[in-house]
Design a protein around this ligand. Structure first.
Ligand code: CP
Length: 317
């Protein structure tokens, strides 16, 4: 059996996603009940991009599970330049029981996983942010109940990692996922096709539209993200300027009136008030962004615990 990784949302089956969400909820209720990294076993956590929440939540998650978080500044390791990704993976895999990596291209983390010999977790790439989506699903479930059949409307950059992970992870959870984005910022065609395939099997649906109101109409949850994802800083003037293509997709109080009356608002943070979200929305009663941020901890503990379980089961074979 190959080593299991969590590199993109659909690396999990729907049942496995359910198991992880249930485990996350149990760990939130009883934070020190799972000591699967007791030893302490080391988890390598590398960052090639900026972070606050991901570093804090993975560090806390690994500590809660009894392990040691070996946080590595990507500038020092300079993976792929100072040393190949394959050699880095071989080195880390000898000393760590899992590797968590925030990096740029998805092909980089795919290569890390191919050579590590231990589970690799995507802590954000240009294509996906699957740990964030587990936290978001957990948050939606806490506030809105059972996930299958709920509607999530995301508005903003439809080609970024959050939009693409909402498509896959949301479809896997049985949500109706709607993406409102300008025509020039559509999700990757193959990812969209995969989301449609998953949604058909799970009883949900997927819609990509350039109409922001249609994207959030009667939605149970409304989400957005920064208009300038990490790595896109060179396009900042276009993306955030006075003629921003995303301006019609800003989550304002007016846009929220198109959603369900008791819709919640999600944002993975960091947020830029006055751009992708109005202050009165993110700081208002519909906002669940602080629960969402906290749930990164619980969701990632569940991911690490589940992957450790898979790995130990394989080692026993
Ligand atoms: N949401 C998120 O991944 O936050 P950071 O970029 O601060 O880690």
């Amino acid at each position: 059996m190959p080593v299991r990784h969590f590199l993109r949302d659909d690396d999990l089956t729907a049942q496995e996603q359910r198991t992880i969400l249930d485990r996350a909820r149990a760990l939130k209720a009883d934070p020190f009940s799972d000591r699967c990294l007791d030893g302490p076993h080391v988890v390598a956590v590398l960052f090639d991009k900026q972070t606050l929440r991901t570093q804090v939540s993975f560090t806390a998650a690994i500590a809660h599970l009894g392990g040691f978080p070996m946080v590595i500044d990507g500038k020092l390791a300079n993976v792929g330049v100072r040393e190949s990704i394959a050699d880095t993976a071989r080195v880390l895999g000898r000393e760590a029981v899992a590797i968590v990596w925030r990096t740029y291209g998805q092909e980089r983390i795919d290569e890390m996983a191919a050579y590590a010999g231990v589970p690799v977790v995507n802590a954000l790439t240009d294509s996906f942010h699957p740990c964030q989506i587990l936290a978001d699903l957990m948050t939606i479930e806490e506030h809105k109940g059972d996930l299958p059949g709920l509607t999530l409307g995301y508005v903003g950059d439809g080609a970024n990692n959050m939009a693409q992970s909402y498509l896959l992870g949301g479809a896997l959870a049985g949500l109706h996922v709607r993406i409102g984005t300008p025509a020039a910022y559509q999700p990757d065609v193959a990812i969209l096709a995969r989301a449609h395939e998953i949604a058909a099997a799970r009883g949900g649906s997927v819609l990509v539209t350039d109409d922001p109101v249609a994207a959030v109409a009667d939605a149970d949850a409304v989400a957005t993200d920064t208009w300038v994802s990490m790595g896109m800083e060179g396009e900042s003037a276009t993306r955030k300027g006075s003629a921003s293509p995303f301006a019609p997709y800003a989550v304002t109080s007016e846009l929220m009136t198109a959603a369900s009356r008791d819709a919640i608002f999600l944002h993975c943070l960091p947020a830029y008030r006055g751009f992708e979200v109005a202050p009165e929305v993110i700081d208002g009663p519909a906002s669940v962004v602080w629960d969402e941020s906290e749930n990164r901890l619980h969701a990632q503990k569940a991911v690490l615990s589940w992957l450790r379980e898979q790995q130990l089961a394989q080692d026993c074979r």
